[in-house]
Design a binder for this molecule. Structure first.
Ligand SMILES: Cc1ncc(COP(=O)(O)O)c(C=O)c1O
Length: 465
C-alpha cells in the first residue's frame, strides 16, 4: 500500500475523526488507580451531549430512527435492568430467551410468515444477512451437493452480501438494475447456473429505496428449487405499516411462496437500540443449517444459534420492550409521520429542476443531477450540518427519512438548504466536492484498489488513540 498517495488526506481525516484529542480524558494504558465513577460519568455525559446534538434535530440521514427522549430513557432503563444477562446461558436468564422468542414471533407475524416459520435474533442487518447466506450455502451442499456455490444479487443489494460471499466462499454474481433502479428479472434469470444457491432482492435496497420486483424474482427461485432472501433490513419494520396505511407497497414478505428467508432490522424502524435484527426462515429445517454445535470439545457440549458466543441479553430485552411499548398503533403512527414527511420532501425535491429524484421511493429519497456535480451539492449541505449519504454508479445523494425528520420545520429547512446549495453550486462551478473525487476514483475500475487501501487506512485511524 502506498501511503504517500494519501499523504494530504490522512492528517485531515485524522483531525476530523479525533475531535477529542487533547480535550478529554485519554488512556493508552489502564490507569494505575481507578477513576471516581462520578468523574467518568461527567466526562461521558459531556461527550454524549455533544454527539446527541449532531442527530437530535433531524439533520442526519437514517442513523437514529426514533430518538425521542422518553423512548430513549425507557429503553435505557430496560437495558440497565438486564445488563448482566447473556442468552448463551439460557438456564440463568430464561427471561432473555423468552424475549428473543417473542421478538422472532412478533416479527414473523408482522411479515405474514406461515405456520412453522422461525428465526433468530442477531446483532444487526449484516449478521442476519451473513447467517442467511451461510445457511443457504450449507443447505445447498447438504441437499443438492453444490460445492462451488453462487448467489445472484442486484447491484443495489447491500454490501453485506459481498461480505457474506467473502466470508463463506460463495461466488457473488451482481446483476445491474434497470433504469427504474429495480432488479432486472431477465438478467437475473440469465445469470442462473446449476451452482446458484439463492437469489436476493431488497425491500427496499439502501441506495435508492426502490423495492425490487420480489414477486417475480422469488418465483424464479421457487421454479429452480433454490432459496430466496428478501433483505428487509431497512424496510421490514416500515413497509408493513405503510401497506396498512394504504401506500402502494409491492409484495415482499412471506405471502410470496418463493420467499424462503427475510432479514428485518429491529434496530432501524423497529425503534430498538442499536444491536439487534431478526433473520426469519420459512421452515425449521432451513434454520438448522444456521446453527453451530460442537460435541467433542473439552469445554463441554457447545452450541450457538448465531455468530457470536456470549451475547448482550440486555439488547434483546430492550428490543422486546421497544416493540411492545410501540405496539401496532405506535408503529402505524410513526410510519404515517415518516411517510408524510417523506412525501413533502419528495414534492419539494421534484420542484428543483437541477435535481432528479431516483424513481418513486417511499422513504429513502435519492437524487442525482444531470447539470451539476451532486457531490458539490452534498458538500454544501455538509457545511450546513446535514449528514447525507453519498452514493455512486450513478453519483447521487440520499436522505433516509426517520422520525427525527418529522419534527416541525425539518423538512422545510432541508428543502430551503438544498435550494440554496443548488444555487450556490450553479454560481460556483469550482465549489468543493467533499467525497466526490474519492467516489470518482472508486468508479474507475483501475483505481478501485487504491480506494480500498484508503478505506483500510481509514479503519486503522479509527483504532488510533
Ligand atoms: C437494505 C439494508 N440491508 C442491510 C443493511 C445492513 O444493516 P446493519 O448496518 O445493521 O448491519 C442495511 C443498513 O443500512 C440496509 O439498509
Amino acid at each position: 500500500m502506498d501511503e504517500s498517495l494519501f499523504a494530504d488526506l490522512i492528517p485531515e481525516l485524522e483531525k476530523s475523526l479525533k475531535p477529542y484529542r487533547g480535550a478529554s480524558l485519554t488512556f493508552a494504558k489502564i490507569p494505575e488507580r481507578g477513576y471516581a465513577r462520578a468523574d467518568i460519568l461527567r466526562e461521558m455525559e459531556r461527550l454524549q451531549a455533544i454527539e446527541e446534538a449532531r442527530w437530535q434535530d433531524g439533520k442526519v440521514s437514517g442513523a437514529v430512527y426514533h430518538g425521542d427522549r422518553a423512548h430513549i430513557d425507557f429503553v435505557n432503563r430496560v437495558y440497565a435492568l438486564h445488563s448482566q444477562s447473556n442468552p448463551l446461558h439460557a438456564d440463568i436468564w430464561p427471561s432473555t430467551t423468552k424475549f428473543e422468542a417473542e421478538i422472532v414471533a412478533m416479527t414473523a407475524r408482522m411479515l405474514h410468515a406461515p405456520e412453522g416459520a422461525c428465526g433468530t435474533v442477531t446483532s444487526g442487518g449484516t449478521e442476519s444477512i451473513l447467517l442467511a447466506m451461510k445457511t443457504y450455502r450449507d443447505w445447498a451442499r447438504a441437499t443438492k451437493g453444490i460445492t462451488a456455490p453462487e448467489m445472484i444479487a442486484p447491484t443495489t443489494a447491500h454490501a453485506a452480501f459481498d461480505k457474506a460471499a467473502q466470508y463463506f466462499g460463495i461466488q457473488m454474481i451482481r446483476v445491474p438494475v434497470g433504469a427504474d433502479f429495480r432488479a432486472d428479472v431477465a438478467a437475473t434469470r440469465a445469470a442462473l447456473t446449476p451452482n446458484t444457491i439463492a437469489l436476493i432482492g431488497s425491500a427496499p435496497p439502501f441506495p435508492h429505496g426502490i423495492v425490487d420486483p420480489i414477486a417475480e424474482l422469488s418465483e424464479l427461485a421457487r421454479a429452480r428449487g433454490i432459496g430466496f432472501h428478501t433483505d428487509g433490513c431497512l424496510g421490514g419494520f416500515l413497509l408493513p405499516w405503510a401497506e396498512k396505511l394504504g401506500y402502494a407497497v409491492p409484495p415482499f414478505d412471506f405471502r410470496l411462496p418463493g420467499v424462503t428467508s427475510i432479514s428485518a432490522d429491529t434496530h432501524k424502524y423497529g425503534y430498538a437500540p442499536k444491536g439487534t435484527s431478526v433473520v426469519l426462515y420459512r421452515d425449521a429445517e432451513l434454520r438448522h443449517f444456521q446453527y453451530f454445535t460442537a460435541t467433542d470439545w473439552p469445554g463441554g457440549l457447545y452450541f450457538s444459534p448465531t455468530i457470536a458466543g456470549s451475547r448482550p441479553g440486555a439488547l434483546s430485552a430492550a428490543c422486546w420492550a421497544a416493540m411492545v411499548t410501540l405496539g401496532e398503533d405506535g408503529y402505524l403512527s410513526a410510519a404515517k409521520a415518516i411517510l408524510e414527511t417523506a412525501a413533502k420532501i419528495k414534492q419539494g425535491l421534484r420542484a428543483i429542476p437541477e435535481l432528479q429524484l431516483c424513481g418513486d421511493p417511499l422513504f429513502v429519497l435519492a437524487f442525482t443531477s444531470e447539470s451539476l456535480d451532486v457531490f458539490q451539492v452534498m458538500e454544501y449541505m455538509t457545511r450546513k450540518h446535514w449528514g447525507l449519504n453519498g452514493l455512486h454508479s450513478p453519483p447521487a445523494v440520499h436522505l433516509c427519512v426517520t422520525l427525527r425528520h418529522t419534527q416541525p420545520g425539518v423538512a422545510e429547512q432541508f428543502l430551503a438548504d438544498l435550494r440554496e446549495a443548488v444555487a450556490f453550486v450553479k454560481e460556483h462551478p469550482d465549489a468543493p466536492a467533499g467525497v466526490g473525487p474519492i467516489y470518482g476514483m472508486a468508479s474507475a475500475v483501475e483505481l478501485r484498489g487504491m480506494v480500498s487501501d484508503l478505506l483500510k487506512m481509514y479503519m486503522d485511524l479509527l483504532y488510533r488513540v
